[in-house]
Design a protein around this ligand. Structure first.
Ligand SMILES: Nc1ncnc2c1ncn2[C@@H]1O[C@H](COP(=O)(O)OP(=O)(O)OP(=O)(O)O)[C@@H](O)[C@H]1O
Ligand SMILES: [Mg+2]
Length: 369
């Protein structure tokens, strides 16, 4: 699928923007800081999911002094055109698809699929384990409601178990009560664990190819799911989990918290067998987190049947010119890409031949070349 046209009125620093000539392949938005590059990316994200990655308050996106903001997009998918309208009001928002009002936002969302890579996503590699667990949970959740159910059950039981552990330590409750929670924790925990394993396996295949392409075939990316109790595929996960819980029981009571389980797991990312978190250069960390996100594109394709639109905000800085070129070329082949940058140094050749280039200047845009 691809975004044919985008129109904005009173959105962020755009009083009025009309883009009727987007390329189904690569579109580069170039400009100095604070000109409105990320604002354009944000507007496309809004049309896709009706939520911003920068704020929870929709009214914040209405241009200073404006009353309401209007976002419109034309999406081509399955040989059909969809006209999307999103109207941001001081209180609430309204949406239409092909002129028909959608009263529930969930009926509006999903006509346009996007994958966004924003500078914050670098935390995927740099951040702590909880960042990577969250990544897994969000990505798996998008394609498996069953997973979200099992995960929320797990978290509920975990909370109850932890409360009970503290009560046992204070001698308010007896230890026997733990067994009920332990059993349930293991049932849901095993399901969460197995789904994550499966997903990481699938993701690795895609991410490895992408990483290899961006690095010019020089680097091998691999993942390892690190589980907090001893289990290998083929074994009964619930059983292994249960045994570990029993052996850690004393410790858990002492600490008042559950020391093993999927809530303590991590995803290790390696380049050429070395952990990127510890040993990777800035550029390698950026490339690796990018490859992880870009792998989503293939997962969505497998799920939805069409490639989503790729939004790359500020990813070029910190990639050398060779990686920049490989990235833009390999993505543009298959996927419509909207990419922002402050400098197109190194991309000149490519830009003249293949990409649409827009110069962004104080909330105004002009096509170059
Ligand atoms: N509601 C709003 N109304 C008007 N202007 C706004 C609004 N919200 C943000 N802005 C302005 O938009 C500008 C920032 O735009 P944006 O984040 O798109 O910049 P950018 O081009 O991505 O810059 P950088 O290269 O630094 O990332 C700021 O100058 C900010 O004041
Ligand atoms: Mg920006």
């Amino acid at each position: 699928m691809w975004l044919k046209a985008l129109e904005l009125r009173d959105f962020r620093n755009y009083e009025s923007l009309q883009l009727f000539d987007l390329s189904p392949r690569v579109n580069i938005f170039v400009g100095q800081n604070a000109q409105g590059k990320t604002n354009v990316i944000e507007s496309v994200l809004m049309l896709a999911v009706a939520k911003s990655h920068r704020t929870n308050r929709d009214a914040e996106m209405i241009r200073f002094g404006g009353e309401t903001a209007l976002l419109q997009g034309m999406v081509e998918r399955d040989n059909r055109t969809y006209k999307l309208d999103l109207h941001l009001l001081q209180k609430g928002k309204k949406s239409r698809v092909n002129g028909v009002e959608k009263r529930k936002m969930s009926d509006f969302v999903g006509h346009l699929n996007v994958v966004l890579f924003a500078p914050e996503d670098l935390q995927l590699i740099k951040g702590g384990p909880q960042t990577r667990r969250r990544f897994l949970d969000v990505e798996i959740g998008q394609v498996s409601p069953q997973y979200l159910y099992n995960l929320s059950q797990y978290q509920k039981v975990l909370l109850q178990r932890n409360t009970l552990l503290k009560e046992i330590a204070k001698k308010e409750k007896t230890e026997e009560l733990l067994s009920i929670w332990d059993e349930q924790l293991c049932v849901y925990g095993a399901k969460v664990l197995q789904k994550r394993f499966e997903f990481v396996d699938k993701l690795e295949g895609f991410a490895r190819d992408i990483h290899s392409r961006i690095s010019g075939g020089k680097e091998l990316l691999s993942f390892r799911y690190v589980n907090s109790f001893d289990w290998t595929e083929g074994q009964d996960a619930a059983d292994r989990f249960f045994q570990t819980l029993q052996s850690k029981r004393r410790l858990d009571i002492l600490r008042g918290t559950t020391s093993v389980g999927p809530h303590r797991d991590d995803l290790e990312v390696r380049i050429d067998e070395r952990e990127v978190h510890t040993y990777g250069s800035q550029g390698q960390q950026r490339t690796a987190s990018l490859s992880m996100k870009l792998a989503e594109i293939e997962l969505i394709k497998a799920e939805v049947g069409e490639y989503p639109v790729l939004l790359l905000d500020d990813v070029l800085s910190e990639l050398d010119s060779e990686r920049q070129l490989h990235l833009v070329e390999s993505m543009g082949e298959r996927v419509q890409t909207l990419i922002t940058t402050t400098s197109t140094y190194g991309l000149e050749q490519f830009m003249q031949e293949e990409a649409h280039v827009y110069r962004v200047d104080h909330g105004a845009m002009s096509r170059e070349g």
